[in-house]
Structure formats: C-alpha cells, structure tokens
Design a protein around this ligand. Structure first.
Ligand code: F6P
Length: 399
C-alpha cells in the first residue's frame, strides 16, 4: 500500500463519549509510524481556544439556540479550513475529530472535500454498550479541559445535558462513503465501495482497537547457535542457555491470563514451548529478511559485501538487503501483527526478533524513524509496555 499521493480526510462522526478522540489518536499513531504525515484537527480544541470556558457548558450545545448553533458551525468550518490548508500542502492524511452528527454538517464536509479534491471517508463510532460508554465518560470528565472548572457531580450532570442535545439532532451516517465502528471492535460496517485497500486497512485497524488496559510484553527468543556466531537470519535452534531463558520466561508469566504470539521461526516457537497458555504463530513476526546476506555473520558481510555495510551505516532505516527487506519494509509487514495485538483483550507476550521488536516498540512508543534500527534490544530481556490510559499513550520498562 502506498497512499502517499492520495490526500485523505478521515472524518469522525458520533455522539460525545463514543471514543472518537481515542480512535483518532490511535489512528494517527498507526499512520505516523508507517511514515505518513497524519494530523488530527479537533474542533473541540478550536472551540476552547476561540471561546474559552463558557463554550464548555451544555447550553452552548443546545440546538434550539441559533446564536450558539452559528458559532459552532463557524468554528467547525474554521477548523476544516485549516485542515484543508494542511492537507492541500504537506499533509497526507487528516483526521477531522468532531461529532458531525447531522447530515447537513456532513454534506458540507463532503462538498468541501470534493472542492479541494480530497478523498474522504466518514468513520462513525456507534456504541451502545453501557460499560464502554461509562469508561469513556469517566476518562472524559477526568481529563477533558471542558470539565476542569467543574466538581465531579456537576461535570457529570452537565455532560448528560450536552449528550441530550446531541442525541436530539443525531442522524446516523447512511449515504456517504463511511465505516462504522460498533462497540469498539465488536464489528465494523464497511460502506465505501470495493477496491479500497487503504480504507480496508484503516477499518481493520480501527475495528481492532479496544479500551482494555492490557499490557504488551516483548522479548526476543532465547539464545541460538547463530547468535553465538553473530550470524543473521536463518532458522537456528536454541542453545542450552537459550532453552534456560525460555524456561525462566515461562516461569515468570506462570498463572497470568496471557496469549503468546511467536514468529514462524524455530527459535521463537521453541522459546514459547514452555508455556501452557494459548500460542499463536504469526509469520508476519519473522525477522527482517536479510536476503543474500542471510546466514552470514556481520564480519563476513563486512568482508564479502562491504557495499552492504556502507549503505546500511549510511541509512539503516531505508537500506534494503539485496533480495530482502529494509526496516521500512518490515514495518509494512509487522503492522498486521500490530492489528492482532490491538485486537486482543488479554495481555500479550510477543516472542520475536531484534529488528521486529524494534519496529513494535516504535509503534507503541513514538520514536524518530531514523532511531528505530538502533533501539536497544538485547537477548534475555522482557520489555513491558503498559497503556497508561485510553488517552495518554503508553509507558515502557525493560525487565
Ligand atoms: O542477529 C540477530 C538478528 O535478529 C538478525 O537475524 C537480524 O538480521 C538482526 O538481528 C537485526 O539487527 P540489525 O538490524 O541491527 O542488524
């Protein structure tokens, strides 16, 4: 997939507290990790910036108040104007984060996208699971700048009134190209015509994301005979020391409700063999394909293929092994595993490889792309990635 030339506007839609901002942030991360210039345009932030605290009260959202209704439209249009300027220039994918609950607002956005020549898709978050809604409301009331000046009960009551105002005018998306994300990963409705692989990918990703506070653990396989000789690639078995690590790893996680993902390589499967929980083999977690250099040691590469060494040292991120892959290629492969990890509701342990784990870490913990191939990733270590909470990203720790 290379959608770099297409200018895509992803337009969120849905009632307040349906997780639009959360999905917007996750999607932005997923796209930026792949090298896209992706930016969120949040109408609420524009409103707060332009009108301040009074615009946070529920009265401001009352559809029967024409002055407020006009203000809301004005701000939404200004935000879209900035989006259009950015997307028409440097941007690849813009995410327009607002409720957009009326057909007339969406008609406006659709015609603006047409006028600017942007591809667009509506992403409607539909959620009727009281547990999910309650979780989102709690996060919102705790963290949104709109409720900073309210006590907890006043915040909840005012938010309920705001929600009521939106419910009174809400029209579900039906005509335009759209996808509907139902109850965070329960199901996804795709209504954007056929042959849209990039939109399929976005739908797969958004349909996988859920609100579980799960932990993701990453480790490399135990030591192999190839590791001892500093050889890359191959399909070497574990050494005695490697098997020792595998045993200790399983003991460390004993009793935890966990799913283990491995690559299709012998060394990761052997490392997982001491676990008694569910194990899933994902070939997309196989180590970077080193092509013609597969099986060579770093010293042999330096001696026999000095041009490989030189080119790799110059630009390790984009360097593609002859007949093999680059780190950027690897991200395109590993993203399938990212979607699997996102979709899991249990904690996940990934047993994979050095380059693959670097790519995975850089998805969870934003990393400048050129630093990805140099992230510390020794054998015999576990990296624990904890989601801090639904809005504020991830934390990581080496165990
Ligand atoms: O040496 C182990 C290994 O997993 C190789 O199979 C792989 O080519 C390499 O690490 C990736 O690390 P780097 O990109 O730093 O060479």
């Amino acid at each position: 997939m290379d959608n770099r030339k297409a200018k895509l506007a992803v337009i969120m839609a849905g009632l307040p507290a349906r997780g639009k901002s959360y999905l917007s942030l996750r999607l932005q991360r997923y796209l930026e990790w792949q090298g896209y210039r992706a930016r969120i345009f949040n109408v609420g932030a524009y409103r707060r910036e332009s009108l301040g605290a009074p615009s946070s009260k529920s009265d401001f959202f009352d559809p029967r108040e024409p002055v407020f209704a006009r203000e809301r439209e004005r701000i939404a249009k200004r935000c879209f104007g900035d989006l259009a300027e950015w997307l028409g220039g440097a941007g690849d994918i813009a995410i327009y984060d607002a409720t957009n609950v009326t057909a007339s607002r969406r008609d406006y956005l659709r015609s603006e996208c047409g006028r600017y020549g942007f591809e667009h898709v509506f992403v409607e978050n539909v959620c009727d699971d009281p547990e999910i809604i309650e979780k989102i409301i709690r996060i919102k009331l705790e963290h949104s700048a709109d409720y900073a000046g309210f006590g907890p009960e006043a915040a909840r009551a005012d938010f309920a009134r705001r929600l009521g105002h939106y419910e009174s005018v809400y029209e579900t998306v039906s005509d335009a190209a759209h996808m509907k994300i139902i109850n965070f990963g329960l199901s996804v409705v795709r209504a954007y015509g056929e042959e849209r692989p990039f939109l399929d990918e976005i739908a797969d990703f958004l349909g996988a994301v859920n609100l579980m506070d799960k932990e993701v653990f990453l480790t490399r396989h135990g030591e192999t005979y190839f590791n001892c000789e500093d050889r890359i690639g191959g399909d070497s078995p574990l050494t005695e020391r490697g098997a020792g690590y595998a045993g200790r790893l399983a003991a460390h996680f004993k009793g935890k409700d966990l799913v283990v993902f491995t690559s299709a390589k012998r060394r990761t499967i052997e490392t997982a063999s001491f676990f008694d929980c569910e194990m899933v083999v994902l070939p997309e977690l196989n180590e970077i394909n080193s092509g013609l250099c597969d099986g060579l040691s770093y010293a042999e590469i330096a001696e026999r293929r000095p041009e490989v060494n030189e080119a790799r040292n110059y630009d390790k991120l984009n360097f593609r092994y002859p007949g093999g892959e680059s780190y950027m290629d690897l991200i395109q492969r590993v993203k399938k595993a990212v979607i699997r990890i996102e979709a899991e509701k249990r904690d996940v342990l990934v047993i994979a490889h050095r380059a693959v784990n670097r790519c995975l870490v850089s998805y969870f913990i934003p990393t400048p792309p050129e630093d990805i191939p140099y992230i510390e990733m020794p054998l015999d270590r576990i990296i624990r990635i904890a989601r801090l909470n639904a809005h504020y990203g991830c934390d990581w720790k080496v165990i």
